[in-house]
Write a protein that binds this ligand. Sequence first.
Ligand code: F6P
Length: 343
Amino acid sequence: MKKIGVLTGGGDCPGLNAVIRAIVKTALRNKWVTVGIKNGWKGLIEGDIFVLTDTLVSSILPKGGTILGTSRTNPFKEGGNVEKITENIKKFGIDAIVAIGGEDTLGVSAKLHKIGIPIVGVPKSIDNDLYGTDYSVGFDTAVSIATEAMDRLHTTAESHHRVIVVEIMGRHTGWIATFAGIASGADEILIPEHPYDIDEICSNLKGRYERGKTFSIVVVSEGAKPKAGDELVIQTDEKDEFGHVRLGGIGSVLAREIEQRLGFETRVTVLGHVQRGGTPTAYDRILATRLGVAAIELIKEDNYGKMVALQGNKIVPIELGEAVSKLKTVNTHLYRIAEGFFG
Ligand code: F6P
């Protein structure tokens, strides 16, 4: 008999509950117990832990968010918290932890594993920037939401002969912008990996107008930067416990600049947290289920310090240290495909 502790950390996303359900149900089949740790690392520090029964996870598969709650608590930020974590693991009799998270949560997991805590990671991130996995839970849903939004923006932009700038999440990488931009036929896609040139964008938009296309959709990741200058547009420079500032506002900056330079009526839409809400796509539900089951398989083998990852069609274990060693950025080949449809 094993007792598994499961937590969700960092930004929420659709598909987290599907992972939790897969873990609890697979553990139960092995006659193991799963306890839920509330609000990420915060719950493990504070001992906010409860038993997850079959009834509690029944019917959560299509539900967005996380029944465990989440936080951006970093246990390494303040002294004494790691000791509290070790004490609570002992106190609650937890044999292994499954941490469902992105770069920050899994970064903490890698460090905790180094000091001897048995831990397995499951990748989730709408940004899809975790290294070593083709997809993270939540990404496919975010792309679907953004694509649908852009399809809708297309028709209103066309009717009013406007430029619409759509600001999309993606702190360090432009995966959602690139995928949703390609899927919806965006006329420009600006991402952090490829600093943009405002002269080039305006010349493309002008060219479209001259060819009789009197509307345009410009997609921009919140972390995109111009070629000239290195400044991110931020909402506040207050940092979270992992040192991240809150991005946002690049869409308005761009819209103003485009309108001033070209005289085209321009609007901005910020998709924001809508991209993280609601029910997961079928793809995310299946990925979440496969990853949850794989996490339990690793625990069965006492194979810790790993993240379960999707590589091609297979779920494979990779070292947590490797998964957080760098970010997975949008590759140039994919961006060139997107660029082929600009203007
Ligand atoms: O990491 C996921 C993400 O949605 C980023 O794309 C975004 O910059 C950030 O989280 C927003 O964080 P918060 O939920 O704290 O506003």
